[in-house]
Design a protein around this ligand. Structure first.
Ligand SMILES: Nc1ncnc2c1ncn2[C@@H]1O[C@H](COP(=O)(O)OP(=O)(O)OP(=O)(O)O)[C@@H](O)[C@H]1O
Length: 311
């Protein structure tokens, strides 16, 4: 079956040629939920923003197709039609995503207004969407301002704005990081509900493996700008194939293990795409497919990538 979102060989570089994301391949089917995990700086957000074409200064290569339509060649005007309607994105901090001086109902309705829906009809739909996402007294609350909402309610408002124009793909970049655990679960289960009911494909970006198991169908692991592993969620939790995936999983607290046991720590300095240790396999001059050869590059001992391959 043709994927709904098909990212193939996506490369994102700084103007000086430094690669932040290197040949990323990832496909999402309608209704599928994929978690993109990896530690801070591994390139998850850069990749997601590239799919949405949000970073002007970065150079993009490869291909991003939505329902067969190539997005990388589209003009900014054409992309504005895709954003919100085809692919929507929800970010970590709902406050920065919302305009503090506009009532939330107006902001939720905006994607419909951009698409020519008359004001009253757009407001009606915005209230319905807020209600569906569990905002109490939605008709009344639509006239309130973002600061009058709690963090969890604000994230529901952001979600309502992201979903109102019925996108087929939702990219959620750490959507629950700023929320407490109970609200985190509520927001994730709302996203899951939409995914199931409306066949919404979801790419959930997170560094929290604790929330992935109950949510995703597949897990994709990024490390230093590369996708190092993609697999079914059950297979991933049963035994990640890549050393970095294994290290990531070992550092997650689990109730079924000795609660007194100290968590594994991923040692060394994380290799970010911008600051790759020289001699690392991710370095352009190295031809090794595996992460890093610590034996061949002894000065790399102590770097996280070496630990992984030699452990
Ligand atoms: N516009 C930019 N210009 C230069 N470097 C950038 C830019 N955006 C991101 N980077 C760098 O690219 C790398 C990847 O960043 P990115 O935000 O994608 O990481 P991430 O995996 O999403 O991390 P986090 O979980 O902390 O959000 C980092 O080293 C970051 O400093």
């Amino acid at each position: 079956m043709t994927p709904l979102l098909d990212v193939a060989g996506l490369t994102v570089s700084l103007p000086d040629g430094t690669r932040l994301v290197h040949r990323l391949d990832l496909a999402l089917r309608a209704g599928e939920r994929v978690a993109l995990v990896g530690e801070s700086g591994s390139g998850k957000s850069v990749a997601a923003r590239a799919v949405m074409r949000l970073d002007d200064g970065l150079r993009l290569g490869g291909s991003v197709r939505l329902a067969g339509r190539e997005l990388l060649g589209l003009t900014e005007r054409q992309m504005q039609g895709v954003r919100g309607g085809g692919i929507s994105m929800v970010m970590q901090d709902p406050l920065t995503a919302l305009n503090p001086v506009l009532p939330v109902g107006v902001q939720v309705a905006e994607p419909l207004r951009i698409r020519g829906v008359p004001k009253r009809a757009a407001r009606r739909e915005a209230i319905e969407m807020l209600d569906r996402l569990g905002v109490p007294r939605a008709a009344e609350r639509a006239d309130a301002y973002p600061h009058e909402f709690s963090g969890g309610m604000r994230q529901r408002v952001v979600l309502a704005a992201a979903l109102i124009a019925q996108p087929s793909v939702l990219i959620a970049d750490e959507p629950t990081t700023a929320l407490d655990v109970r609200v985190q679960e509520q927001v994730l289960s709302l996203i899951e509900e939409f995914s199931r009911d409306l066949r919404l494909a979801v790419l959930l970006i997170t560094h929290d493996l604790g929330i992935v198991a109950g949510f995703a169908d597949r897990v994709a692991v990024m490390y230093a700008g590369r996708l190092v592993e993609v697999g079914d969620v059950d297979a991933f939790y049963a035994g990640p194939r890549h050393p970095y995936g294994r290290a990531l999983l070992a550092s997650v607290p689990r109730v079924d293990r000795d609660p007194g046991r100290r968590l594994d720590v991923i040692g060394g300095v994380p290799a970010t795409p911008k600051a790759l240790p020289s001699g690392c396999a991710f370095h352009p001059r190295c031809h090794r497919a595996e992460a890093v050869c610590a034996e061949r590059v002894p000065e790399l001992k102590g770097q996280v990538a070496c630990h992984l391959v030699t452990s």
